[in-house]
Design a protein around this ligand. Structure first.
Ligand code: 13P
Length: 250
């Protein structure tokens, strides 16, 4: 059963209000209505403005993070209900910058992932090894442990689970994984999901590649049988390069 590719832009801590709206409008205008799913994840403070800029388009609004509690005394945090309230459809968990720059533990990442899925949103769970882990032949073990932050008992709908494989050494470095390196890990991810759930479920989950994906390398990566889209950082900050990747996925 074919998986519709999903290309999402993670804007990270970039844009200001006017540039966020401008970028969102250009992405909305240039995105095809079928054949590929497109999403953008702006900074929290611009979600509402970007939601308005995307109105009437098929582009999905995403958030870069969410806290796992529903409400209460959690200064600075944002709940899943708040995100839904402003039109968010997907949320990233376990992004490498949250793991390694903000020091989120596997336990915290797992709690956030559960809250996003249980809240009814699309969960984009990010996994990926650091350079020393790749060099030490630990890539598959690291990725497997990060997948096991998810609870198969509570996640039943494969359409609301997306895995983003983002090798940390490829993020923002200009050095992407080769097509074969990506395919190897993506196939392993699908195999692991098959063991955690079952092969049918695993066959329906989309697995995005992230890490210096750009118009010049997108086609080769997206042509791999287990690469079902991309999570784009730098190249998502310009509508032209982001839409070129979207069109490569179509
Ligand atoms: P770059 O595309 O800038 O390497 O970032 C990838 C990423 O981290 C997306 O979440």
């Amino acid at each position: 059963m074919p998986r519709i590719p999903f290309i999402a832009g993670n804007w990270k801590m970039n844009t200001l209000k006017a540039s966020a709206i401008e970028l969102a409008k250009a992405v909305a205008q240039g995105s095809p209505r079928s054949g590929v799913e497109v999403g953008v994840a702006p900074p929290f403070v611009y979600l509402d403005a970007v939601a308005q800029a995307l109105a009437g388009s098929p582009v999905l609004l995403g958030a870069q993070d969410a806290f796992y509690e529903k409400s209460g005394a959690f200064t600075g945090e944002i709940s899943v209900d708040m995100l839904k309230d402003v039109g968010v459809k997907f949320v990233l968990t376990g992004h490498s910058e949250r793991r390694h720059v903000l020091h989120e533990s596997p336990e915290l990442v797992g709690k956030k992932a559960a809250a996003v899925y249980n809240g009814g949103l699309i969960l984009v769970h990010c996994v990926g090894e650091k350079l020393d882990e790749r060099d030490g032949n630990k890539t598959l073990a690291v990725v497997e442990a990060q997948l096991k932050e998810l609870n198969p008992q509570s996640i039943a709908d494969p359409a609301r689970l997306v895995i983003a494989y983002e090798p940390v050494w490829a993020i923002g470095t200009g050095r992407n994984a080769t097509d074969a390196q990506a395919q190897e890990v993506h196939a392993f991810i699908r195999q692991t999901l098959g063991k955690m759930w079952n092969p049918d479920f695993a066959g329906r989950v989309r697995i995005q590649y992230g890490g210096s994906m750009k118009p010049e390398n997108a086609k080769g990566l997206l042509d791999q049988p287990d690469v079902d889209g991309g999570l784009i950082g730098g190249a998502a900050l310009k509508a032209e390069s982001f839409l070129a990747i979207v069109n490569a996925a179509k």
